[in-house]
Design a protein around this ligand. Structure first.
Ligand SMILES: Cc1cc2nc3c(=O)[nH]c(=O)nc-3n(C[C@H](O)[C@H](O)[C@H](O)COP(=O)(O)OP(=O)(O)OC[C@H]3O[C@@H](n4cnc5c(N)ncnc54)[C@H](O)[C@@H]3O)c2cc1C
Length: 455
């Protein structure tokens, strides 16, 4: 039985529901297709950090931030490989999207932290599964959004003029068309659950840990490729540093380095400037022996963690038994089986660099990006957090313009086809700012819906 609506959205994660709510509020009928039995995708299992600038929460914490500073940081952390037009689109719509999410009922934690790529604290925390649930409920309340779970979009459909006007969908063995007068928004996430596709672009991560929504295998990307869509950032797939290599109970990274820890390899030696984007730390870590490292910290650094920000919740890792603890660095070295004299020398050298304000080995100046003063590692007990790089998302994909129209290999928009969220390439470029993937899902989802609705 074929279905008809105004707008078809593929994917029930953050991007899909933001697009659906935006379109429904503009008066359009929407059908969202979600291939799994449950909605949420990677969004619901994420760390819940969103990057916004100039918010009331930052002002309450006396943090001075602005769209311009966010723009500068996004470009810098992306190594200027990102698409200026997309960075502008993010920045121009971020504050209104933060306020829109709040109006929709999404609750942000009061405390703001600094993380990867941020020169001021701008991690805005949510419970990610709650956020998706709230937006889904809000979309449903409009009476204009129909959610079909367990239904996978398989192919895009074009009219005789080449305009995308629906998808072929599959539920069980039944195949049917879902037609959308306004077109189709692909919000089907990244493809980190497709090992073969990841290997094509990032073979160095073949043995990494992959964590993401089970449905994220690149369906949307392939559907758009078939129509000639172009791609961006494919060579920048990277793992995020800080994932415990063996623990399966807590799938989030732990970034003690951004609170002052150092990272050492199996030889007890530092190998990188720990303040850089955690994706670049991921690259550096995966190149070490066994693709593994330890974050080394002391009591003061442990206590400076933030239990509301999952990636900076250091004490929780200790409570979970994941953080190794010892009264001396020598004892800690014995626990993690690295040469004691090497670890003691590394920490002592690092402390002297902190005192001198100059790190001749790796040029570290800050805790994270341009933020925070370095601290000595000296107050027992000492801790080691085993860390590797985990690929939480692919963050590359379809080339879109600032209106989220999918662009083909010759630079022309594919009529009727829009994309938003992790399936979109070009925003992040060479590395990554914490919170910009969820931010991009929300901001670009709304823009895609507005563009589709204006046709
Ligand atoms: C553990 C983890 C922690 C993270 N932490 C953060 C963080 O703190 N901050 C941040 O900014 N980013 C974070 N990320 C990345 C971020 O969560 C994602 O980039 C973002 O949620 C993507 O949103 P989305 O809506 O595009 O995709 P998703 O939320 O993945 O939703 C896509 C949906 O599309 C569905 N789908 C796929 N193919 C089809 C099809 N053919 N038909 C129908 N449905 C389909 C999928 O099943 C899925 O439900 C994290 C990711 C992970 C895995």
């Amino acid at each position: 039985m074929d279905l008809n609506t105004d707008l078809v959205i593929v994917g029930g994660g953050l991007a899909g529901f933001c697009a659906a709510l935006e379109a429904a509020c503009a008066g359009h009928q929407v059908i969202i297709l979600e291939k799994l039995a449950e909605t949420g995708g990677s969004s619901a299992m994420s760390g819940g950090c969103l990057a916004f600038a100039g918010t009331d929460l930052q002002a309450a914490d006396n943090i001075e931030d602005s769209s311009e500073l966010l723009y500068k940081d996004l470009r810098e952390v992306g190594l200027f490989e990102n698409d200026d037009e997309l960075v502008r689109a993010y920045v121009d719509h971020q504050l209104e999207t933060y306020q829109w999410l709040k109006r929709a009922g999404v609750q942000f934690g009061a405390h703001i932290e600094a993380s990867s790529g941020q020169s001021v604290p701008r991690v805005h925390n949510v419970d990610p599964a709650d956020m998706v649930r709230i937006l889904a409920a809000k979309a449903k309340q409009t009476g204009k959004v129909q959610l079909l779970t367990g239904v996978a979009a398989q192919r895009l459909v074009q009219d005789d003029a080449g305009r995308v006007n629906g998808v072929i969908a599959l539920k069980g063995a039944d195949s049917f068309k879902v037609a959308g007068r306004l077109g189709v928004i692909l919000a089907s996430g990244g493809f980190n659950q497709n090992a073969e596709l990841v290997h094509r672009y990032a073979p160095q991560y073949d043995h990494a840990v992959f964590i993401g929504g089970a449905g994220n295998v690149g369906d949307g990307l392939k559907m758009a490729w078939k129509l000639g869509a172009d791609v961006r950032d494919m060579i920048y797939i990277k793992g995020t540093f800080g994932k415990h290599p063996t623990d399966e109970t807590n799938h989030h990274s732990c970034l003690a380095v951004y609170k002052g820890a150092i990272a050492v390899n199996q030889d007890g030696k530092r190998f990188v400037n720990e303040s850089i984007s955690y994706k670049l730390l991921g690259d550096a870590c995966i190149a070490q022996p066994y693709g593994a490292a330890y974050q080394i910290l002391d009591r003061r650094i442990l206590e400076s963690g933030d239990n509301l920000t999952r990636i900076l919740d250091l004490e929780r890792r200790l409570e979970e038994g994941l953080m190794l603890e010892a009264d001396t660095l020598e004892q800690l070295a014995a626990q993690i089986e690295i040469p004691a004299e090497a670890l003691v020398r590394t920490v002592s050298d690092y402390n002297s660099y902190v005192d001198a304000g100059h790190d001749p080995d790796f040029g570290r100046k800050r805790l994270v990006h341009e933020f925070g003063e370095l601290v000595r590692i000296e107050q027992p007990p000492f801790y080691a957090y085993p860390s590797t790089a985990a690929v939480f998302g692919t963050y590359c994909g379809l080339r879109v313009d600032a209106a989220m129209r999918v662009i083909d290999v010759f630079g022309d928009p594919l009529p009727g086809l829009y994309a938003a969220g992790e399936i979109v390439g070009g925003l992040h470029g060479g590395a990554y700012m914490t919170g910009s993937a969820l931010g991009k899902a929300a901001i670009f989802g709304r823009i895609a819906a507005r563009t589709a609705g204006s046709i």
